[in-house]
Design a protein around this ligand. Structure first.
Ligand SMILES: [Zn+2]
Length: 292
């Protein structure tokens, strides 16, 4: 993927190297935090995953506390994140414009160790990249990309990284379009599995978005789509999480299988269509989430 010198620049906030105080808690506090996360994210799987990893804490009123390293404006991860956020904004502005809606640009926050997500709690790096609907921000510790690179041996993995960001921006799009609240109805009858609807729709949206990026920019190179396929295989079953933590919470399997993720990413990429009909297929009551 040719992203350097594109001139595209989206909103990125660099909080790496800034410390975040934490106080220990546990038990009942953990349950309360999970309840809050569940309410805010509208996604039980994600809430559990976040809550599992968050040491129950008292949120600091003013952060950050420490100085940390100064931000280098030429840092490769920062440059890359700015470019990809710029590409996705361009594409979504066009898609939303066609629907007569206004695209509200999300912000990507780069962090290290842990981060105050501003509405979805204090999250450690181990949760992986995530989107917080309350703050309308995407959170990413770039060390996740190192894991991804190791997983996709030998690949520069540019497009894989872009895919990960585009998926999170897809969650922002569905938040603006109201699908997060629609999930509430499904959660009551389908429980944990209902989250797959939102996750596969985010993959579809990432594909639809990239259809427009490619049309405008023409930046994909030979092998990039194959790279996305390998990424879906690497992260489709939360294998990175298994790898990082040595165990897997089966209840966090709410992203769908690798083949499901690939199917919908490609469907979105080929059609570039984000109209209601295309998006409602993920919330078809006659189709069970596992059968999508
Ligand atoms: Zn997701």
């Amino acid at each position: 993927m040719r992203w350097e010198d594109s001139g595209a620049k989206g909103n990125v906030e660099d909080r790496r190297g800034k410390s975040m105080p934490m106080a220990a808690g546990g038990g009942l506090m953990g349950l309360i935090i999970m309840g809050i996360l569940f309410y805010l994210t509208g996604d039980l799987g994600k809430a559990k995953r976040l809550a599992d990893n968050i040491t129950p804490m008292v949120l600091p009123k003013a952060a950050p506390a420490g100085g940390g390293a100064p931000v280098n404006p030429n840092d490769a991860n920062l440059k890359f994140a700015e470019a990809v956020m710029g590409f996705t904004d361009e594409a979504w502005e066009e898609i939303f414009g066609r629907m007569g809606q206004r695209w509200e640009k999300p912000t990507l926050v780069l962090f290290s160790d842990r981060v105050d997500s501003g509405g979805c709690g204090l999250a450690p790096s181990a949760v992986g990249p995530f989107y917080c609907p309350a703050s309308k921000k995407v959170f990413l510790d770039p060390t996740f990309f190192d894991e991804l690179r190791d997983k996709l041996k030998g690949s520069s993995a540019d497009f894989s990284r872009a895919y990960v960001i585009a998926h999170e921006v897809g969650h922002h799009a569905q938040n603006l379009l109201g699908y997060n609240s629609l999930l509430d109805q499904y959660r009551k009858k389908e429980g944990e599995n209902s989250g797959i609807r939102l996750e596969l729709q985010a993959d579809y949206l990432a594909g639809a978005c990239w259809h427009h990026v490619e049309k405008k920019r023409g930046i994909l190179e030979k092998g990039d789509i194959e790279e996305a396929i390998r990424t879906a295989q690497a992260i489709g079953d939360d294998r990175l999480q298994k790898n990082a933590r040595g165990w897997v919470n089966p209840e966090s399997f709410n992203h769908g299988t690798a083949s499901q993720r690939l199917k919908y990413f490609m469907q979105g990429f080929q059609s570039g269509n984000a109209n209601k009909r295309a998006l409602d297929q993920f919330f078809d009551p006659s189709v069970k989430p596992l059968d999508l």
